[in-house]
Ligand binder design. Structure first.
Ligand code: NAD
Length: 487
């Protein structure tokens, strides 16, 4: 890997890894360019794995599998705990690397590193508490004993929007369960993944237990790995479209899949909400990572009595944000990941404006270098506009007015997605009653942020299959084995 001289001062050079990481060896290479989204300039170049490299990664994961599975849980736990400590020690360098390659504001990048490291701490703890069962059948015929075994080699595919946390949310439980893994990070943000692999090496992760490869041919490489009968798990985080393709591919060899896919979160504000609290929550739910989050509030449904005050307050807050490169410590809203992302946001906003919406701030891309879209608030948006159906993945808040609780529920559920939702109301009974009817995997009540390593993260409908984090996350990487026992 080469790291562009202009930017090398921003991050600890010791964290700049050399390229593909297979079987505990670093293999240098080139072919994938990493751009600084705030300028479009070249940041670094990393290795481009071939199908043969992917096969070598499966070989390495296989060679390490028996040893890792047999390693006592306490020892696996201590390695994860050291990895957590190293990430914490190197938090500032990792945050800078994330801000550089992803573009998110340093404050968000620091939050991500802390969140990411917590998955290693949580799964260091969970590694020593893998559950089992022992009971008698209802008929009294015999005993049921259930053990949980590591599922086998896991392929982990992660998106660019949380380059550290999406990786640790998979590596943590997989290693705790006793699985070996091959991580394929997004090619837009590979530097963080390689830097974390360096820290894993230092933490004592044995060669082959974690392998990392970047590629310009994700489909070809993933299909080759899924076709290898030694691979037993695919854990994917990314768009619903790619998730569907991978589910079909995994079906060919009946590989177990965990899918963390797209979202279209409704953010419902009732008349009785605490306005300031709702605005604080809205800013977090919308603007963390400049809107590039799967849990980002995508549709603001605001009850008629509080609507105008909410729009005015949100507009003032969005207008006050400082736009700039993520690595500038003053920045509150960084660039989007690519020019294509800006084009998509521009299309959704333009269509909404043409259909009768009004921008109270923002509304068109900035003309400076880099992939910037300004914080934008839209009001009077038709409820069937494309911006209400598609993931915006940017700093745009469309606001829709509603009258009754039933209408809010109907609007909130009018989507193929079901990842996250938010409700603001001072009446907890009302919030819980409405919440019960909302089709979602996660619901924030009077909170704009719900992610926590100790809680189950995931969606219903087309937002995914399975849960990451929490006490069940480790079971995604295990198979129950039932022993029928008589004695
Ligand atoms: P993406 O689906 O384009 O890419 C995700 C990953 O899949 C990348 O590593 C990419 O290289 C890889 N990929 C692409 N095509 C592939 C193929 N044919 N075979 C194998 N791998 C392939 O998504 P993205 O643009 O990187 O990320 C944004 C999306 O991720 C959004 O939809 C967002 O909602 C979703 N997301 C979901 C969660 C969640 O936990 N539910 C978290 C973060 C992001």
């Amino acid at each position: 890997m080469t790291f562009h001289a202009k930017f090398s001062g921003y991050a600890d050079p010791a964290l700049h890894a050399a390229g593909l990481y297979i079987g505990g060896k670093w293999q240098s290479g080139s072919g994938i360019t990493v751009l600084d989204p705030s300028t479009g300039n070249l940041l670094a170049e990393v290795a481009d794995a071939s199908i043969e490299d992917a096969q070598r990664a499966v070989d390495a994961a296989h060679a390490a599998a028996a040893g890792w599975r047999a390693t006592p849980a306490r020892q696996r736990s201590e390695i994860l705990r050291r990895w957590y400590q190293l990430m914490t020690q190197h938090a500032e360098e990792l945050a800078t690397l994330i801000a550089l390659e992803n573009g998110k504001a340093l404050v968000d990048a620091r939050g991500e590193v802390a969140y990411a490291a917590e998955f290693f701490r949580w799964y260091a703890e969970e590694a020593t508490r893998i559950p089992g069962e022992f009971r008698r059948t209802p008929s009294g015929s015999h005993n049921i004993l259930v053990d949980h075994e590591p599922i086998g080699i896991a392929v982990l595919i992660t998106p660019w929007n949380f380059p550290a946390a999406m990786a640790t949310r998979k590596i943590g439980p997989a290693l705790a369960a006793g699985c070996t893994v091959i991580l394929k990070p997004a090619s837009e943000t590979p530097l963080t993944a390689y830097a974390m692999a360096r820290l894993g090496e230092e933490a004592g992760v044995p060669p082959g237990v974690v392998n990392v490869l970047t590629t310009s041919n994700p489909g070809g490489i993933t299909n080759a790995m899924l076709a290898d009968s030694r691979v037993r798990k695919l854990s994917f985080t990314g768009s619903t479209g790619v998730g569907r393709v991978l589910l079909a591919e995994a079906a060919k060899s009946v590989v177990s899949c965990s899918m963390e896919l797209g979202g279209n979160a409704p953010f419902i504000v009732f008349d009785d909400a605490d306005l300031e609290a709702a605005l604080d929550g809205a800013m977090i739910a919308k603007m963390r990572n400049a809107g590039e989050a799967c849990t980002a509030a995508n549709r603001f449904y605001v009850q008629a009595g509080i609507h105008d005050a909410f729009v005015a307050g949100l507009t003032a807050r969005m207008m006050s944000l400082k736009i700039g490169p993520g690595y500038d410590p003053e920045t509150q809203c960084g660039p989007m990941i690519t020019q294509n992302a800006v084009r998509k946001i521009d299309r959704l906003v333009s269509e909404a404006l043409a259909a009768g919406a009004r921008a109270t701030t923002g509304g068109k891309p900035l003309t400076e270098n880099g992939y910037f879209y300004p914080p934008t608030v839209l009001e009077n948006v038709p409820v069937n506009a494309s911006i209400a159906r598609e993931e915006i993945f940017g700093p745009v808040a469309p606001v829709y007015k509603f009258e009754s609780d039933d209408e809010a529920i109907r609007l909130a559920n009018n989507t193929e997605y079901g990842l996250a939702a938010y409700i603001y109301s001072r009446d907890l009974k009302r919030a819980m009653t409405v919440g019960k009817h909302i089709e979602t995997g996660m619901l924030g009540i009077n909170r704009g942020l719900m992610s926590d390593p100790a809680a189950p993260f995931g969606g219903v409908k087309q937002s995914g299959l399975g849960r990451e984090g929490g006490v069940t996350g480790i079971l995604e990487f295990m198979e129950p084995k039932y022993y029928a026992v008589d004695y």
